[in-house]
Design a protein around this ligand. Structure first.
Ligand SMILES: *Cc1c(COP(=O)(O)O)cnc(C)c1O
Length: 538
């Protein structure tokens, strides 16, 4: 399997090249040359596989044996998910008939990004070690990962890369502007290759500095800068597993065999709290591979560029009066542009051409190449327009087709809090009380809205089943959760929400480097000082 860029100027990349580069040189995102289909007998043969076994089966469709031998891929996967607290890695929780929560937060940092980043960290280490073994010149292949966080996602990168050979990780956060729990989650990781830089400034300052560093060829060449942002193909790929796994898990709990006509009678819908479109894109790939899913529900907060796209066919950047993103109670979804959406756009562009009556002559592969080139040109054009004018609009019919698969709803902060309250103290007696984090609450509320819009009738009375993805543990966003539940009789945050892993977290030893001013030169100096202390020569 090879990889190409969504903007058409790069193709035939190996999996390793696509993963290590992250972004294509033409500014596009890597996608596989073709989307593989699930094997003919997957419904029976895969039904009882563990999460890890299923991950191996799926990932093997995208990563050739010649690139990573099966035994190696298996141990990478096993190692990645051994850090999860749940045996099932991503268990399902039944809230009520026909409505399930897919818990993605049982990894080390209590958020869904662990599912991908635990794997990506091991993958980086594997590729670097292999390059070093082959290297005869004595040169050491290594990576300096640099990233910025507003607090909620930095820890997943840190936990994914801690203790990895030939990798150093630097995470910049705005000093004093992240919550105490989030700061502690990042800064109590004491591995020598982990460096937290607390920058005196805002999150935007931190992001700008990271961009400056990546643009500094001299610095970049000296330290081999790497990123682990959500556009990395390996992250999307790793996330496809839990869609397939939860499908089997769901049918198993309902005593329905996946390979039976009964299974075809149910419509499984996935609702996904969405920011950069990485999580839900994995659901799209799973569907394209052959997973029977009905609607994929794009749940956004008031940073709603995606919801507006599905409503209007226009993809238009819309910022607040000061040009910045709106701060909501679901901060990990606070985005102006949704980076992975470019991948979906490529598929939409490709399909229109096929249906526009492209004559099917010659080799199918040649046709595929022509369609792919056309899609690359479309996406490159749209992205150029976006950069220059802040928006572009695509053919209504194409969006209409996308709407067969996707639906979308935006959820306000007020509704987010109300949903947390309502699910904690359900009025219906058959509903099980559950404590949602604000991101998960956005997904749940959006699922309710879409369900009402299409008159879903939930199983077993009807055929519809909703699986709503839980992307964070409620303890991670304690302020909103406490706020929503403060009037719930008997609610005790420490007893009901706080996991034992968080006890005493604030008092643990921390390691942190303060950068007094938000200036790239100071950050570069801090990075080099820290690398020297790690014993790295450059
Ligand atoms: C990153 C994140 C999301 C959004 O996921 P995308 O892949 O960016 O759409 C939602 N919830 C939480 C808790 C996250 O950390």
């Amino acid at each position: 399997m090879h990889y190409r860029s969504t903007r058409g100027q790069a193709k035939n990349y190996t999996f390793e090249e696509a993963v290590m580069a992250g972004l294509s040189p033409d500014g596009g995102l890597f996608i596989p040359h073709t989307i593989p289909t699930l094997p003919a007998n997957w419904k029976s043969d895969w039904a009882n596989k563990s999460f890890q076994e299923l991950a191996l089966a799926i990932l093997s469709l995208y990563i050739d044996e010649t690139e990573i031998p099966q035994a190696d891929l298996k141990s990478l996967i096993d190692k990645s998910y051994s850090t999860f607290r749940a045996d099932e890695v991503t268990p399902l929780f039944k809230i009520r008939d026909g409505f399930y929560i897919l818990e993605l937060f049982h990894g080390p940092t209590f958020a869904f990004k662990d599912v991908a980043l635990q794997f990506v960290g091991n993958l980086f280490e594997y590729f670097l070690e292999r390059r070093n073994k082959k290297e005869t010149s004595g040169k050491v292949h290594r990576l300096t990962v640099v990233g910025a966080t507003s607090g909620d996602t930095g820890s997943a990168a840190i936990y994914g890369l801690r203790n990895k050979k030939n990798v150093s990780v630097f995470i910049l956060h705005p000093r004093g502007r992240v919550s105490p729990i989030q700061e502690a989650q990042m800064t109590t990781v004491l591995d020598p290759n982990v460096h937290n830089l607390a920058v005196e400034g805002t999150f935007d300052d931190c992001q700008d500095i990271v961009k400056t560093l990546f643009g500094n060829t001299e610095f970049n060449n000296r330290h081999h800068l790497g990123a682990v942002n959500s556009i990395n193909w390996a992250r999307i790929l790793a996330q496809t597993t839990y869609y397939v796994y939860s499908y089997f898990n769901l049918l198993n709990t309902l005593n329905i065999k996946a390979a039976s006509p009964e299974a075809e009678q149910v419509n499984v819908h996935y609702s996904v709290p969405t920011g950069n479109f990485g999580d839900i894109l994995a659901g799209y790939y799973a569907r394209r591979m052959g997973l029977p899913s009905s609607k994929l529900i794009v749940a956004t907060n008031s940073n709603d560029i995606l919801t507006r796209f599905f409503e209007t066919s226009a993809y238009a950047k819309q910022s607040g009066p000061d040009g910045s993103v709106k701060a909501t109670l679901s901060p990990a979804m606070d985005i102006l542009l949704s980076s992975n959406f470019e991948r979906l756009l490529w598929y939409l562009a490709r399909e229109t051409e096929r249906d526009d009556g492209e004559t099917m002559t010659g080799e199918e592969t040649q046709l595929d190449e022509r369609l792919a080139d056309h899609a690359g040109q479309c996406v490159a054009g749209w992205m150029k327009a976006l950069k220059e004018t802040g928006s572009f609009t695509i053919n209504k019919e194409v969006v209409h087709k996308a709407r067969v698969i996707f639906d979308s709803a935006r959820v306000s902060d007020e509704d987010t809090l109300n949903t947390i309250t309502a699910y904690h103290r359900p009025t219906e007696s058959e509903q099980v009380p559950y404590i949602l984090d604000p991101h998960t609450a956005v997904g749940v509320k959006a699922a309710e809205e879409v369900s009402a819009r299409h008159n879903f009738s939930l199983y077993p009375k009807g055929k519809d089943i909703i699986v709503s993805l839980a992307t964070a543990h409620p303890a991670k966003f304690s302020e909103s959760v406490e706020n929503a539940l403060k009037n719930s009789p008997g609610f005790d945050f420490n007893k009901d929400v706080l996991p034992t892993e968080f006890h005493g977290l604030l008092d643990k030893e921390k390691r942190i480097v303060v950068v007094d001013k938000a200036e790239p030169e100071l950050v570069m100096a801090a990075i080099e000082k820290e690398l020297k202390a790690e014993g790295i020569e450059f």
